[in-house]
Design a protein around this ligand. Sequence first.
Ligand code: SAM
Ligand code: SF4
Length: 337
Amino acid sequence: MSQSLPNSTSQLIDRYGRRVDYVRISVTDRCDFRCVYCMSENMEFLPRAQILTLEEIETVARAFVELGVGKIRITGGEPLVRRGVPDLLRVIGRLDGLRELTLTTNGSQLENCAEELRAAGVRRINISLDTLDAGRFRALTRVGDLGRVLRGIDAALAAGFERVKLNAVILKHRNHDEVTDLVAFAKAKGLDISFIEEMPLGVVDGHDRAEQYYSSDDIRRDLERVYHLVPCAATSGGPARYFEVAGSSMRVGFISPHSHNFCGSCNRVRLTAEGRLLLCLGNEHSVDLKRVLRAHPGDAARLKAAIVDAMAIKPERHYFDLQGQPVIFRHMSATGG
Ligand code: SAM
Ligand code: SF4
């Protein structure tokens, strides 16, 4: 994996002049949790034949890197419940030209595989953690075990990733009163943390999204009662605004799809588990790369042409609305968050 390429080598430029150099790849729509904001209680998952094989995922990743994409994030669903994912990471991690390979996980499997992932070339890892209370954790994930995730976080720290970041979706009356505790926890462990506003993706049956909306500004106000947050230049080239906690190197990020629209600087696309290249999280514009892969096996030029052509339909922005039914019917788990 080359470390030296600048961000701007991507040949993928959309009609608004935005350069796409970051791809998020969902390797499965399945998960061992059922988080209330992400899934409904009874989910139907895709049959195996409909999702890309690990070899097909590798082929698409290679095509993107050859088109100049520098950063790939592996996600899901829960990526670590799919067998063979550490091997896939190892192969993708070796692609010449890739600057950064990262992973987003719920942490449930990390106890067993953190070291293997680090050895495979994953440099940074995001672990989702919304609460430090075991009962709340169970209620938010419907089935998850907080202790196991905390052990997973420790395993990630021991494995020596360059940065470990927590992701917390904050919901009013569910966990909004824990934001300072979550920052204290992260600070004590040497982790970064990002707070995420819930997005209306897919029909969920556990709670009312409009009623439980808690904005990034609310969270920031709560944190500033305890911490001095200094705006920081770090950017993922994407949606998060970052702050440093004064007196530490810890970063606190805010991902605010409702209160601070970030579409103007969007640098990313997503590959769903079934091989749809999704041009925007909040729109349905997509291109079926599985069809290209399976109709023309081994034809890398055709695959790359399909990816380049897809840039023409990347929408200018999303319009999220928390009232009423979501306009996007796919769940975050099917999307690759
Ligand atoms: N299972 C892994 C995890 O939970 O980290 C990876 C996939 S998950 C879809 C990726 C991220 O999306 C998680 O941090 C999760 O909290 C977030 N997420 C899921 N549904 C969301 C929603 N409706 N709005 C905002 N963030 C969401
Ligand atoms: Fe699974 Fe992640 Fe969705 Fe939670 S947020 S249900 S852990 S995919």
